[in-house]
Ligand binder design. Sequence first.
Ligand code: CU
Ligand code: ZN
Length: 184
Amino acid sequence: MFRILTLALLLAFSSSCAEEASSGSESGVEAGPAHAVCTLRGTRGNEGVQGSVRFTRQEGGVLIEAKVAGLSPGLHGFHIHEWGDVDCMDGKCAGGHFNPEGSNHGGPDGAVRHIGDMGNIEANKEGYGIYRRVDKRIQLSGPNGIIGRAVILHAGEDDLMSQPTGNAGARVAYGVIGIGKPKG
Ligand code: CU
Ligand code: ZN
């Protein structure tokens, strides 16, 4: 009788442990920050450019929201570059496009792309541009994690094709991606 009771207790204990473990993974909560932010400032000769980018982890990807002022009208290549190093006037110290998978350059919705490829921001006649989309490949932490890297905005349009940069021209604004404040 005692042995049966002990066995029953052991079983009850182990099944409650299993329940806890599975409810943890079922909740789908990823480790690491859920928000990231980047303040953009103009490179040398482009001091009038300024903006901000917010990254929010959500169901199915990362929501990217950007606002930029002081641009020339039209499309401007918009990327995450490898290094969070902005200690240079031309933005080149941020390195090339963030590309942890060793892929070719492409558009953000293409099968082949750098993780850092976010396409273009379109500025209106007043030089103001906004951008809002959910990216399924970018992560805030982990192998495709962007925190600590740089956002770069270019003088020209990213054609989403030319290698390795989309031929987007000089870098007009840059900023380092940091951990964002949780909401609420
Ligand atoms: Cu770029
Ligand atoms: Zn690229």
